[in-house]
Design a protein around this ligand. Structure first.
Ligand code: MN
Length: 231
């Protein structure tokens, strides 16, 4: 007999390209990591240190049919490369950071931009803007053992076949080793953690009926279709 007072939630997983399932522990995100995106949001690219925020693990959505979220009239796409960790620790050095990477995926950091704007206005927390249900869309994870360190290559996002975001991973303000090193000084990182590494310029709204594709050179593409929320 189990002591659980009700059935515990199922483990959140992301498929691994080539087979297997990656169990998700936590989701960390980097904000303001491409200069031209910082500018389009009215910020200063030289404004450091890096911005970190989180999403709940059960915000993972692995693509395909996607129901339009609750409580927003301005759902924004942020195409991003996602790093998946196989190990972690605290105070990880930049030199050893890559050894903790399991793999990489194309992702979309969905944002209720209207709620974020209201939060910024009031200097309040971003949780309702960023931690929305299904707000961490992610494609299959490609193992680093197959492709090595992913520190350059094109990243793009299209809606209904029209390119909206187009950049290169080499333009990230904070590199992967710097992100992992700094984040591990704030949180103990562990196997199963995902890190959304920030979006380039060109963010914009998604509406019901849209099909969104995120492509990162060398990785499986991520596709999802926005449906009306039912019920
Ligand atoms: Mn983002």
């Amino acid at each position: 007999m189990s002591d659980f007072v009700f059935a515990p939630p199922e483990q959140i997983v992301v498929p691994v390209a080539g087979g297997g399932l990656f169990p998700v522990r936590r989701i960390f995100c980097v904000g303001k990591n491409y200069a031209d995106h910082v500018k389009e949001m009215g910020g200063d690219p030289k404004d450091v240190p890096p911005v970190f925020f989180t999403k709940p693990a059960d915000a993972v959505h692995t693509g395909g049919k996607f129901n339009f979220p609750l409580a927003t009239d301005n759902l924004h796409h942020e195409g991003e490369m996602v790093v998946a960790l196989k190990s972690g620790g605290t105070h990880i050095s930049e030199a050893t950071a890559a050894s903790h990477i399991f793999g990489y995926a194309a992702g979309c950091d969905l944002t209720r931009r209207d709620l974020q704007a209201a939060a910024k206005e009031k200097r309040g927390p971003w949780d309702t803007a960023k931690a929305l249900d299904d707000g961490a869309v992610i494609g299959p994870i490609t193992p680093a053992s197959d492709i090595g360190v992913l520190d350059k290559g094109s990243i793009s996002l299209s809606v209904n076949g029209e390119t909206r975001q187009q950049s290169d991973l080499s333009l990230m303000i904070w590199s992967l080793p710097e992100i992992i090193a700094r984040l591990s000084g704030l949180f103990e990182l562990k196997a199963g953690d995902l890190i959304y590494t920030g979006t380039p310029e060109g963010v914009g709204a998604l509406v019901v009926g849209d099909t969104c594709r995120i492509e990162v050179e060398g990785l499986s593409p991520l596709d999802f279709q926005v449906y009306e929320r039912h019920g």
